[in-house]
Design a protein around this ligand. Structure first.
Ligand code: 6GU
Length: 224
């Protein structure tokens, strides 16, 4: 899978996407992730990529031309399955959308900023619009990182234990069951006996029952 992220704040991506699972997936050659600075596509000497909104109103709008040039440059090199614009008025992201996107080969993630992008970008260049929840972020960068992280861990071979993504919360619309590790007793706080019994069938049944109970208690909407 290849993910190209277009942003006017490329430095923001240095932390989260250069560590741990994401880093290893890139080292293994399973994932390619490239950050593109929108300012490199500005056509004015001040490298401005935003301008005042026609008709007035507070806030700057990301301009059409640098975004079009950047996307055209990428599309001249390979075919993209989706151009995803991160915006609070997009479709709310969930595991089912993550699973669908994870099957794609090449994705562009476009981060909005300020008051967003020129509407013509959304009409002519963007193929999907995604929000990561009902609250407002300063820009689409954190949302793009959320998407990239959630997609990369679904790419086959990225997780050491291949079944691990399947047992995540939200896969099968169930929350994950509780987990425990050593010691099996501490201050009288005990690990459920079944987990140390060595009885595989009983352990699976316990996990399923716990997952269902947790989902009923915390997220009954997932069971509807
Ligand atoms: Cl994708 N962008 C911004 N700016 N705020 C958000 C969001 C995205 N998703 C939730 N809030």
């Amino acid at each position: 899978m290849r993910i190209d992220i277009i942003t006017c704040l490329p430095n923001l991506f240095e932390g989260p996407l250069t560590q741990s699972i994401v880093r290893r997936s890139m080292d293994k050659g399973l994932v390619q992730l490239e950050i593109h600075n929108l300012r490199d596509y500005a056509d004015n000497k001040h490298k401005h990529v935003d301008d005042y909104a026609f008709g007035g109103g507070a806030g700057m709008v990301l301009m059409l031309k640098p975004i079009d040039k950047c996307i055209a440059d990428l599309k001249s090199k390979r075919t993209y399955d989706e151009v995803i614009y991160l915006t609070p008025d997009g479709t709310t992201y969930n595991q089912s959308i993550a699973n669908q996107f994870s099957l794609k080969k090449n994705l562009i993630l476009l981060c909005g900023h300020y008051k967003g992008v020129d509407q013509r970008v959304r009409e002519h260049l963007v193929t999907k619009e995604i929000s990561i929840g009902d609250y407002v972020l300063s820009g689409g960068e954190l949302a793009a990182m959320v998407l990239a992280d959630s997609l990369i861990r679904l790419v086959p071979g990225v997780l050491n234990d291949e079944t691990s993504a399947l047992s995540d919360s939200f896969q099968n619309n169930l929350l994950a069951p509780p987990v425990y590790t050593r010691p099996s007793e501490y201050k009288g706080w005990k690990v459920p006996e079944v987990l140390t019994s060595g009885h595989g069938v009983k352990i699976e049944a316990w996990k399923n029952e716990q997952a269902l109970r947790r989902t009923e208690e915390r997220r009954p909407d997932l069971l509807e």
